[in-house]
Design a protein around this ligand. Sequence first.
Ligand code: 9NG
Length: 233
Amino acid sequence: SKKLEINREQRALMKAIVDAYNRHQIPEDVAKKLLQDQYSPEENFLLLTEMATSQVQVLVEFTKNIPGFLSLDREDQIALLKGSAVEAMFLRSAQVFSRKMPTEHTDVLEERVRKSGIPDEFMTPMFNFYKSIGELHMVQEEQAILTAITILTPDRPYVKDPQAVERLQETMLDVLRKLCVLQHPQEQQYFARLLGRLTELRTLSHYHSEMLASWRMNDHKFTPLLCEIWDVQ
Ligand SMILES: O=C1N(Cc2ccc(-c3nnn[nH]3)cc2)c2ccc(Br)cc2C12CCN(S(=O)(=O)c1cccs1)CC2
């Protein structure tokens, strides 16, 4: 029916977002480092910090390619990036972890994340999230658009024109809703399940800021970019 069909404009939007999502990847050498032999928890933490820094750079490039993002108010662009950086990083990490990597790689990485000084009470929800993302078996279009929707959340702190952000997000939500029906015809509530993951992401983001506080205590070092985007002094 007309209602459900993805029109030409929406197809172009989807293509732009998927291309941007696939174009910007973590450099091989950084991801490969994670797979090398055993490290101490401190070295693991350093590697994850290096990964996270690279992820933020990838996120900024992806965001700049979201159609309409660069026509938003400049300060709102920054507010959206800062407000969504942790959620987008965890979403992308979970997607990469559950989609792309061969099992033995995931096992090594899982081990490394578990031995990196992240407190257990945060490790559990983090891995539950990544398993729940894996179970969804999202196609890459859904992954890319869901990441764009996370970034274009109107109610981030300091956004001056939330309506402009809402208009962009609604366009994405409409495409994602149609895509879910087309890609997962058997699962009525698939779209609702995807959006439910965004709620889980906010909880993870809250845990993350608590983790940051505890890491600051036993003086873990972060890179200037992470300090900037995570508001770490
Ligand atoms: O590092 C993670 N990983 C491993 C990871 C992530 C991405 C790629 C990758 N490869 N190619 N593209 N992406 C590989 C391994 C992972 C996996 C699932 C979830 Br849910 C979450 C994570 C974190 C995200 C960052 N945090 S963090 O708390 O912000 C922190 C920063 C500094 C030190 S700890 C730790 C957990």
